[in-house]
Design a protein around this ligand. Structure first.
Ligand code: PMV
Length: 318
């Protein structure tokens, strides 16, 4: 049986994080420059049905899958894939999981790892699962990471396409009529999304009117941003990003490191900038002015690094 390899891209939320948990729309896009990969190959010398996992990033070295705790994300991904295929155990095999996606940084690393594992395992077993099922499994596993995920991460990563996402509604993709370039910068501050989501929930329960209003205003920005992208007017996105960042600050999910990078990007000529994802650390995004020379992206990235970014990624959406 040949080895089977699957990869899945990272993702970034352009607009609408947090409000999306409360039914507002959000826009997210894949980031193909960073990826998770799972490679599985038969291991005839192992006992029947024994799948061994190696995932250096989480300290797993040749560990039998069934010895992991049931709520371990990799164990859960394997269990749910087997259940979907109505198999009680995998074949004797070894799977190696690697990823260049920074962890706990809002780049969808958890979802990408799950999608790669599910596709590699189901493909290896001769029954590649359709995207809808891959997405459903990735959503289940996201619950371990996030608590109450909206489902946006797993959706973008599974379909590897720009997504307009409303919780509980069928996935809509959207067209990027004119390419535009973003610089993604990592604060280096680890930021577990579950904590930020839980804090927003508490604050929203304490001040329902204020938060309803914040969520609705973010939802309106998302609609305008989608229109700008589809109409080939990415220059309109800068002001929308700035406005979205201010609303996220009011919601209490920014932090000094994010605000510093947002200010540095703007000072270096970005057309707009905002935190992306759960906030409190993790990543921010800056829009390179659509008319600017390609060097401008490098200048903005350099300014972000001088302001403390631990990593920058330049990505063009098309
Ligand atoms: O931190 P990320 O990129 O995984 O995204 C979190 C996005 C939230 O809207 C804050 C939560 C969610 O589940 O959508």
């Amino acid at each position: 049986m040949p080895a089977f390899r699957a990869t899945a891209p990272g993702k970034i939320i352009l607009f609408g994080e947090h409000a999306v948990v409360y039914g507002q729309p959000a826009l997210a896009v894949p980031v193909p420059a960073v990826r998770a990969q799972a490679v599985i190959s038969a291991a005839p010398n192992l006992p029947a049905g024994e799948l061994r996992l190696t995932a250096p990033a989480v300290g797993l070295e040749d560990v039998v899958w069934s010895q992991l705790a049931p709520e371990h994300p990799l164990r859960r991904a394997v269990d749910l894939t087997l259940a979907a295929l109505q198999r009680s155990r995998p074949l004797a095999a070894r799977m190696r999981v690697t990823s260049s996606i920074p962890v706990a940084a809002g780049l969808g690393s958890g979802a990408a790892v799950t999608v790669a594992v599910v596709r590699a395992l189901s493909g290896f077993l001769g029954a590649p699962l359709p995207s809808e099922q891959v997405n459903a499994i990735a959503y289940e596993v996201e619950k371990i990471h996030h608590g109450t995920p909206s489902g946006i991460d797993n959706t973008v990563v599974t379909y590897a396409m720009p997504v307009y996402f409303v919780r509980g509604r069928p996935v809509q993709t959207f067209r990027v009529a004119r390419p535009f370039t973003l610089v993604i910068a990592d604060t280096g501050v680890p930021a577990p999304t579950a904590q930020a989501v839980a804090d927003v929930r508490r604050a929203a329960e304490a001040h329902p009117q204020t938060y309803e209003d914040l969520f609705a205003r973010i939802g309106a920005l998302v609609e305008q941003a989608r229109q700008a992208i589809e109409e080939g007017a990415p220059e309109r996105l800068g002001a929308l990003m700035d406005a979205n960042h201010r609303l996220l600050q009011q919601m209490g999910v920014s932090c000094p490191a994010l605000d510093r990078l947002v200010a540095a990007a703007k000072a270096a000529g970005a057309a707009g900038a905002k935190l992306s994802g759960g906030g409190r650390g993790g990543n921010m995004i800056a829009l390179v002015p659509p008319q600017a020379s390609p060097r401008r992206a490098a200048d903005i990235a350099a300014a972000l690094q001088s302001a403390g970014a631990t990593r920058t990624i330049v990505t063009t959406l098309r």
